[in-house]
Design a protein around this ligand. Structure first.
Ligand SMILES: [Zn+2]
Length: 379
């Protein structure tokens, strides 16, 4: 069994220890020490990384009570090492993790929901609750949670004896083998947990609930605490600043300004469509019985359909409308069905064509230059 220094003091950044085991594991080495401050992945929290002297520790895992540190270099059994964990990263996890306890405890106390799943990612936390919560309820939980931060309450982790444990009403995500370690936040939450936490809630800084989605009769919420919440705020502030500058709107009115912009875009699209309809009308007016095809700029298939169909209805024969640029053109062709199909077969044999159709209309796209298409149609 490895002595877990982080259980007694979550703030140990450096320590000395003795190597008791070193085994090769695929491309890495698994190193066990007599004691360690490296937290192994568990309880929803990611594994610590860091160094043994100059040797990097990539991962830390617990196996049957022994904590293994993964390195690329072996270290001789019996050697003394100087361990140093990446404490900035660990402290951010401690902020997120302790924030998760507060939110789960408050959600349980206020609305009777249970935390049935928890994941602490590299930047954010997700909590799955067994019942749905409204946005208003989540806002209430968020406010209460931050009040607990402002009160700077002590966070106590301890191993109670059997009678203490029996007398304590605590949250537990699963049946726990061995000694139960309780993490108690005064007047807020008591939960069985093996991970390191901050000593006082003030160290969390801020708790921000972000997205939520309904799932399996419950709800999954995403939250960020401390440094992660600050970076998120910084990123969002930068974005909202740019959006408000682009729209010449105050930041607090940015969403409204975007909605107005969207309305303008919809109206502009409508205007563009009506102009294209006018182009279609004028194009047809310019055609006569001898016209086989028309090239029009910037028109989608819907407009090409109108042009080809109206030319055919007016003059008969086979009529085609093209729009595009470079070597790719969209097209619509109209004609008596059989004659059109025969014509279209020839067209396809000449060029690289995608598309088809029946009932007197074919459409698609063709890879060819305007000159090549005109030469074919005029032949
Ligand atoms: Zn915990």
């Amino acid at each position: 069994m490895t002595e877990k220094l982080y259980e007694k003091d979550a703030y140990i950044k450096e320590f000395t220890a003795t190597v008791v085991e070193c085994v090769k594991c695929e491309k890495l080495f698994k190193i066990a020490l007599d004691k360690t401050a490296f937290f192994p992945e568990g309880g929803g929290q990611a594994a610590d990384t860091g160094f043994f002297g100059l040797i990097k520790v990539f991962d830390t895992q617990l196996e049957d009570g022994i904590i293994y540190h993964y390195t690329k270099t072996p270290i001789e059994v019996g050697s003394a090492i100087n361990g140093k964990i990446d404490f900035a990263r660990r402290f951010n996890f401690m902020q997120n993790h302790t924030g998760e306890h507060i939110v789960s405890g408050i959600a349980h106390r206020l609305f009777g929901v249970n935390n049935v799943g928890f994941h602490l990612g590299e930047e954010l936390v997700t909590i799955d609750f067994d019942k749905e919560l409204t946005r208003e309820q989540l806002d209430e939980i968020e406010l209460f949670a931050n009040q607990k931060v402002w009160q700077n309450l002590p966070v106590r982790a301890y191993f109670p004896n059997d009678s203490e444990l029996k007398a304590t009403n605590y949250r537990s995500k699963k049946e726990i083998d061995g000694a139960v370690r309780l993490v108690e936040i005064k007047d807020t939450d008591i939960c069985a947990c093996c991970a390191p936490h901050v000593n006082n809630t003030g160290e969390i800084g801020i708790i921000k609930l972000l997205d939520c989605e309904k799932m399996r009769g419950g709800i999954r919420i995403v939250l960020k605490c401390g440094a992660f919440a600050l970076w998120d705020y910084r990123n969002k502030y930068e974005n909202i600043s740019r959006i408000s500058a682009l729209l010449s709107a105050k930041q607090e009115n940015a969403a409204e300004a975007v909605e107005k912009q969207e309305e303008k875009c919809t109206m502009a699209k409508h205007d563009i469509y009506s102009l294209k309809r006018q182009i279609a009308d004028l194009s047809v007016l310019s055609a006569n019985a001898d016209t086989i095809y028309l090239f029009v700029d910037g028109c989608e298939l819907k407009i090409l359909q109108i042009i080809a169909d109206r030319m055919f209805k007016e003059f008969g024969g086979i009529k085609a409308a093209f729009s595009g640029s470079d070597n790719t053109y969209s097209f619509v062709m109209c004609g008596e069905d059989q004659a059109l199909q025969e014509f279209f077969l020839k067209f396809k044999s000449q060029f690289s064509v995608r598309g088809g159709g029946r009932g007197g209309m074919v459409q698609g796209s063709v890879s060819a230059t305007k000159d090549e298409i005109e030469e074919f149609l005029n032949s």
